[in-house]
Design a protein around this ligand. Structure first.
Ligand code: FNR
Length: 188
């Protein structure tokens, strides 16, 4: 069986190191996972006045999540939280009330930063939002990737065998998690 994975990059930067990490994850993932990016950069800033009539960007976001069987968040940490652009996308997808796109949608979070704690604090905050939004999350393994020079090539080649193994194992566990969730929790 193949699974459609919609992935979010929390950074809008052209040179995002989290985008590089996403390329590595896609390279190392089990072949049964098919990846499609869910773009967030064109979303207006959400407020609930939009709920009466979602604009095309908001609809496209909700349709992209509906078309995905599972979600993967690859995000930087900004000032000990997730970037506003990603939080904005989550807020869009969670509404209009009663149509929360995350309900029963399995997810996992991962991120990279140049610093030693590698997005750990942002991931905690993201997990809290996803919990509230009723998205079953892979609780372990956790993955806080310190982006050191030369660790990844531009296209996500991983130069360090231990990191390569760790990321392959993460994606293998993710696939098993998604499979398990979809077996017990039918999409809603
Ligand atoms: C950062 N950075 C950062 N890093 C971190 O580990 N914890 C943090 O709280 C912050 N805060 C922060 C705020 C802002 C506004 C910026 C621009 C950056 C550094 C960050 O990890 C680094 O810029 C990464 O390159 C961002 O990831 P992308 O955009 O390259 O994927």
């Amino acid at each position: 069986t193949t699974y459609q994975v919609g992935y979010f990059i929390g950074s809008l930067s052209e040179k995002s190191i989290n985008r590089v990490l996403s390329r590595a994850l896609i390279r190392l993932a089990p072949a049964e996972l098919e990846f499609r990016e869910i773009p967030i950069k064109d979303l207006p800033l959400y407020n609930h006045d939009f709920d009466a009539d979602y604009p095309p960007e908001g609809r496209a976001l909700k349709e992209a999540i509906a078309a995905s069987q599972a979600l993967l968040f690859v995000t930087p940490e900004y000032n000990r939280g997730i970037p506003g652009a990603l939080k904005n996308a989550i807020d869009w997808a969670s509404r209009p009330w009663g149509t929360n796109s995350f309900t029963h949608k399995p997810s996992a979070v991962i991120g990279t930063s140049p610093g030693k704690i590698g997005t750990a604090v942002a991931q905690q905050s993201l997990r809290s939002a996803l919990s509230f939004c009723n998205s079953p999350q892979m609780s372990a393994p956790e993955a806080y990737i310190q982006f050191t020079p030369g660790l990844f090539g531009e296209d996500g080649e991983v130069t360090d065998p231990a990191t390569q193994q760790f990321l392959s194992d993460f994606m293998a566990d993710y696939k098993a998690f998604v499979e398990r969730v979809l077996t017990v929790l039918p999409p809603r």
